[in-house]
Design a protein around this ligand. Structure first.
Ligand code: CA
Ligand code: CA
Length: 133
């Protein structure tokens, strides 16, 4: 077994970073609140068959789109498991809009705290990911 996998936090960070690159507008508004309109747009674009759930297959597509799996050296199964464990609150095996919204919120709360603390690696990443006003 290799321990070379990204830690869960790094993977989540990378995921959010890539998610941000999918949208034109910032997913956190100037007032610090999540931009739900953009999140909904991401959700709908991922939900290929429009049943209001992100299935495992649809998630695989998203992961394929947002990660450079080869370059980042992230195994698909690991990325999927990490993301499912973050979002899939009721263990149904798919992600509802409510779960997606809640999961993104959880991340953003976390990163708001990290970004406000001094010079951490995450803070730097967040700054890189944020548009320059
Ligand atoms: Ca679906
Ligand atoms: Ca679920």
């Amino acid at each position: 077994m290799s321990l070379a996998y990204l830690k869960q936090e790094e993977l989540e960070e990378r995921f959010l970073f890539h998610i941000k690159s999918l949208v034109n507008e910032d997913i956190i508004k100037g007032d610090g609140n999540p931009n739900f309109k953009e999140l909904k747009r991401i959700f709908e674009s991922v939900d290929d068959n429009h049943d209001n759930f992100i299935s495992q297959t649809e998630l695989e597509d998203l992961i394929g789109n947002v990660f450079e799996l080869q370059k980042d050296d992230i195994p698909m199964e690991y990325a999927k498991a990490t993301i499912m464990s973050h979002f899939d609150d009721d263990n149904s095996g798919n992600i509802s809009w409510e779960e997606f919204e809640k999961g993104c919120n959880k991340w953003m709360e976390k990163w708001k705290i990290v970004t406000n603390s001094s010079n951490s690696a995450s803070g730097n990443l967040w700054e890189k990911a944020s548009p320059i006003y």
